[in-house]
Design a protein around this ligand. Structure first.
Ligand SMILES: [Cu+2]
Length: 281
């Protein structure tokens, strides 16, 4: 197979996978998994777009390398088996070949490392945050605190199937109280665990960060479109690990302000300095 052929196969693979993703794409914002989905959820910010494009690039590179190695193996098996080549060559060294098979892989790895590190530092460097929230992983639900908006806090529990259906929420992803955040703002998310290690993950924003007891981790994202985005606890944390979804609704600043005013009353606490609440179950 020629190099053009190999490139065509790789491009086709990427195209097919992307078509799968595109069919699940929504123009209005919001994101959740769909049945039989094999590719990423539609990216909702620069961070996730960066992850997807790095993935697509790597897919082309590893496909080409795999096909190249497979081709070499097939060539050797056919050309140099004992029937076709009864008297093997006694050659042991080839300086040019040895330099090439060292230098070329190094160059490929450096080529991969550059965009990879660029993305890593983009994710790691938190821009000046407009708003901070804190997500606390518990066995087995999430609690949220809004320190910038009056320090109210609430628990977010999974809906049972009947309630989810009644509220029009996806099964095992909808929650009774969900996170609401403004669109177009840099949101800093602090995470911690109250008991064991959990992980706060929101695939459309490329966010996945451990929530560890005794430690605060931080990450960020910036939503471009209003809508409801779903995620799940992504660190195996116990018996009901599968039942602690993450539901984040992105709304306009006005709607957010109105919700904050309401939430301050709804989730008012006796002692603002002790936002940790007792489990509802
Ligand atoms: Cu968990």
């Amino acid at each position: 197979m020629t190099w053009t052929g190999l490139a065509a196969v790789s491009a086709l693979t990427v195209l097919l996978l992307n078509m799968g993703a595109a069919s699940a794409a929504e123009t209005t914002g919001g994101s959740q998994p769909v049945p039989w989905q094999m590719y990423f959820q539609t990216p909702a910010d620069d961070r996730m777009r960066g992850i997807v494009s790095l993935h697509n690039g790597l897919l082309v590179i590893i496909t080409l390398i795999s096909l190249f190695v497979l081709g070499l193996l097939a060539y050797i098996v056919i050309k140099f088996n004992s029937k076709a080549n009864p008297v093997p060559s006694a050659t042991t060294h080839n300086t040019l070949l040895e330099v090439l098979w060292t230098v070329v892989p190094v160059l490929i790895l450096v080529g991969i490392a550059i965009p990879s590190f660029r993305l890593l530092y983009f994710e790691d460097t938190i821009p000046k945050a407009d708003l901070t929230i804190k997500a606390i992983g518990r066995q087995w639900y999430w609690s949220y605190e809004y320190p910038d908006n009056g320090n109210f806090a609430f628990d977010s529990q999974v809906l049972n199937d009947a309630d989810a259906k009644a509220k029009g929420e996806p099964r095992l992803l909808g929650t009774d109280n969900h996170v609401i955040l403004p669109v177009g703002k840099t949101i800093r998310v602090l995470t911690t665990g109250a008991d064991v290690i959990h992980s706060w993950a929101l695939p459309a924003f490329g966010v996945k960060i451990d929530a560890e007891p005794g430690r605060i981790n931080q990450t960020w994202f910036k939503a471009e479109k209003e809508g409801i985005y779903y995620g799940e606890c992504s660190e195996l944390c116990g018996a009901r690990h599968a039942y602690m979804p993450i539901e984040v609704e992105i709304v306009s600043q006005e709607k957010f302000d109105a919700w904050v005013a309401e939430a301050k009353k709804k989730f008012a606490q006796d002692d603002a300095s002790a936002p940790t609440r007792v489990a509802a179950q």
